[in-house]
Design a protein around this ligand. Sequence first.
Ligand SMILES: Cc1ncc(C[n+]2csc(CCOP(=O)(O)OP(=O)(O)O)c2C)c(N)n1
Ligand SMILES: [Mg+2]
Length: 758
Amino acid sequence: MAAIDLEVLERIQRRVLWLSAWMVHHANTARPVDGLKVGGHQASSASSVSLLTALYFATLRPTDVVAVKAHASPAFYAIQYLRGRLGVEDLQALRTFGGLQAYPSRRKNPGVVDLSTGSMGLGAVAATFGGLATRYLLDHGGAATPERFVVMVGDAELDEGNVWEALGEEVVRRLGDVLWIVDVNRQSLDRVVPDARPTQLAEMFRASGWRVEELRWGRRLHALFARPGGERLQARLQAMSNVEYQRLLRVPAGGVRKALMTDAAGGIDGALDRLLADVSDDALATLVADVGGHDLGLILDAYAAAAQERERPSVILAHTIKGWGLPFAGDPLNHTAVTTAAQMDELRRVFGVTPGDEWAGFAPGTPEAAYIRTLPPLFSAPPLPAPTEIPDEIDETYPDETSTQEAFGRVLAALGRQPVGDALVTVSADVAVTTHLAGWMNRKGIYYPAARPDPFADTPQALRWREGPRGQHVEIGIAEHDLFLLLAALGLTAELSGQTLLPIGTLYDPFITRGLDALYHALYCGARFIVVATPSGVTLAPEGGAHQSVITPGIGVALPDIAYYEPAFAREVEWILLAGLRAVAERRESLYLRLSTAPVDQRLAPPADDGHRGAVLAGGYRLIDGRVTEGWHPEAAVHLFATGAVVPQAIVAAQRLREQGAFPSLFVVTSPDRLYRGLREPRPYLETLVGADEEDVPVVSVLDGHSHVLAFLGGALGVPQLALGVDSFGQSGTRQDLYRHYGIDADAIVGAARTFLA
Ligand SMILES: Cc1ncc(C[n+]2csc(CCOP(=O)(O)OP(=O)(O)O)c2C)c(N)n1
Ligand SMILES: [Mg+2]
């Protein structure tokens, strides 16, 4: 990299600013409209222009990845264009179908976007946990790439609680390869942010163990502060409320002096008046807007200083102006503002852009082009590694009575004894033991970047808390957002580092919703991982409604890129987990496994052959065939479809119905998700489950979760259906009490079937 000429950099940032404003203007005016506004974020982009320019044109190395402030995407795209990674046609396709996305998306625009952002707080934390993922890889014999995770966020973005959940994690304070840049423009979407906020932010980062640097004022103001009487100006500006300062940015140049010199009581500060006597009105207006986050020299120094810090994460709180250089700079309502044609004409003039030349980059031969050519390349994703080998069998046996949750513990322990176990990493938000990870943790240890003594090492413990850099379980605090965002990071190492991890996160099923938008983000950004959610449903009887999940099966069906399975028997858990690991290894999809603590008689399961295994993975199988009973005829037949823990209830119901002269068949649905999605296949799997001779047979479905999850079956098969399930909040009781109360026990199933048979 050549020595940095600040004037060159200054001209580059002017072009970034112009292009980002023009790109949005173009998107809003030059396209056929369908009545919807296109939008864009000119003001948010302008706010970040200096910070981004200093980053992308003077700081980043090929091993650095960036989570860009979502609403600065136009500025980011302009930068990618000037760095030769996008063409004019890409900029012209901002916010079009298949074009550059409104918010940076690594999956939609993989050539330029490292990490996805958009929903406030999520991308920032996922990127930060990326720092942990790299550290984990390094500690397990891998390469430390990406080396550095840079996160840029807006100041109001830090209102999101998930940010502070992450900063509260002990391990985060050790991530020296993480740098956050906060664009402190003192504005959010609707308002000027509360006064205490900027100070509070610094304190909160410091309390979390971060290195904090603030860029409050630019060098021109600092020079003035240094003059005799300058401290009065500094004190005045510093004591000003955020709204008052924002107003100062909006008053006509002639009004700034008066506003500055008039104190709250209406008095005039004579000393301040004298200090500013030789500063013209226009110069004064420019001076008060001289904040650190637009001073390229200061920003570069701050970036360089942060890069020296290797022991703890760094944050730079850089004061900026939202809409910097645009007609609505500092306007409290500028977040959604888009320039008018007249404003654009004026900007053309100010930026010296010839009409017709709006999209120009830097012509070869200009100092800017020459400088840019000296820059090291930006990060580009490594090739995907070959899929990790997943065994087909694990030689595990299960007791006659066991639960799907216990089976999970056994499968994991068995995997830990195989080579594939080295690629596995488990994560839990303070429920590792109660989700059956203890055996695995005893074998593999707990991950922490430094070895720490186990204070209970000399007393017998069911779980040994051995922490060190070789451990393979990451234990975090009770924060489900952290859980899913850590899975997002560990589940993206194949794409970002070229090294695949197989992450498994465990939590109680009801708390899926507690971290749901983080889970959504993890999937949206393309991470691959396994979520084991246990226990689930009202089957967790005495534990009561706050711990019983009702709506999660619906979430499982609805979430894209993740297969939801809810097995009934132990062997099914094994097969599904192995298939899920293979899907993760091959980067196809993630897995959500909903399990239960209910002991189930494993002798009720069909023989474990290959055909059966295929059916379990395809979404379900027929456990009881009513057609084999002598005298079978469709008018007296009924189809029971059952999922998970309530399968034994359905078996009892089938027996009773048969005793009553009916011909029930029982289908065990291992994945409502697979069955539902399969409906769009040319030959839906559901149709292969049900025989051609059973066309008009009605359906009763049942699961320990909301009934609508299996309610599509009747419609899909073209037959009447009664869908049983839990459609209200849970509560304490015995399992029988609750199954009866919510109408998912054998009696309820028999009763529902009889309404058809009568
Ligand atoms: C989770 C979430 N809630 C709400 C929004 C809508 N939203 C978009 S930008 C914004 C304000 C952002 O303010 P700040 O982070 O300070 O960004 P800047 O001022 O730099 O634009 C809000 C509320 C969002 N994108 N994500
Ligand atoms: Mg802001």
